[in-house]
Design a protein around this ligand. Structure first.
Ligand code: AMP
Length: 214
């Protein structure tokens, strides 16, 4: 099964993808995480991506395609995978279909998560992430038990540099701009579903997956 999560930053793509990945036993591929990993490791890609990400800009399509092709052709993705944060432009959607065509595979579901701008800002300014395992926290609803320390792996919990209000608002507007042609592209796909990104607990998300037959 190949599932794509679309949605503005903060709509819950990471959380939904992680839960679905555990449920279906297929990898969760977050292009944002791959880029942040490259930044951490100070690779050539990381240096290039770092400045763009901090400004809330998109990394060029050709770079993203190379990175994605390398990741989805790895052995662990042979049964399927979940994409979080890709595609983000019409060109990425088209190129993804071309690549999947060559691999004789196709997208099963495109799940479009919806959330209002105000809820996104409220959520993201309070979001904290573990730099080691990627666990996601919320300062009010789900803070780590020890400040700045991950409950799961003991890693360092930080605020992402692009999770500040001005950059968040820029990322939302960029998303709304670029995603319209992506939505148009997928709207005729049988597996295109729009759902609320406002589920408040793991149980609610699991119920939603059940309803969708995922
Ligand atoms: P995310 O973790 O999905 O919010 O992504 C963080 C940042 O990584 C984005 O704001 C972009 O700068 C970059 N990025 C992630 N995925 C893509 C993509 N598919 N195309 C272009 N840039 C991306």
């Amino acid at each position: 099964m190949i599932v794509i999560f679309l949605g503005p930053p903060g709509a819950g793509k990471g959380t939904y993808s992680e839960l679905l990945s555990e449920r279906l036993k297929i990898p969760h591929i977050s292009t944002g995480d791959i880029l942040r990993d490259a930044i951490e490791k100070k690779t050539h890609l990381g240096k290039l991506a770092s400045e763009l990400i901090d400004r809330g800009e998109l990394v060029p399509d050709d770079i993203m395609m190379g990175l994605l092709a390398e990741r989805i052709t790895r052995f662990d993705a042979h049964k399927g995978f979940i994409l979080d944060g890709f595609p983000r432009t019409r060109q990425q959607s088209e190129k993804l279909d071309e690549l999947l065509g060559v691999l004789l595979r196709s997208i099963t579901y495109i799940v479009n998560l919806e959330l209002t701008d105000q809820k996104i800002v409220d959520r993201l300014t309070k979001r904290r992430v573990c730099t080691n395992c990627g666990a996601i926290y919320h300062l009010v609803k789900n803070p780590p038990k020890i400040e700045n320390v991950c409950d799961i792996c003991g890693g360092k919990v930080i605020q992402r540099p692009d999770d500040v209000e001005e950059t968040i608002r820029h990322r939302i507007s960029l998303y709304r701009d670029k995603i319209k042609p992506v939505m148009d592209y997928y709207s005729i796909h049988d597996g295109f579903i729009t759902v609320s990104g406002d589920q408040n607990s793991t149980a609610e998300i699991e119920d939603l997956f059940e309803e969708l037959g995922l």
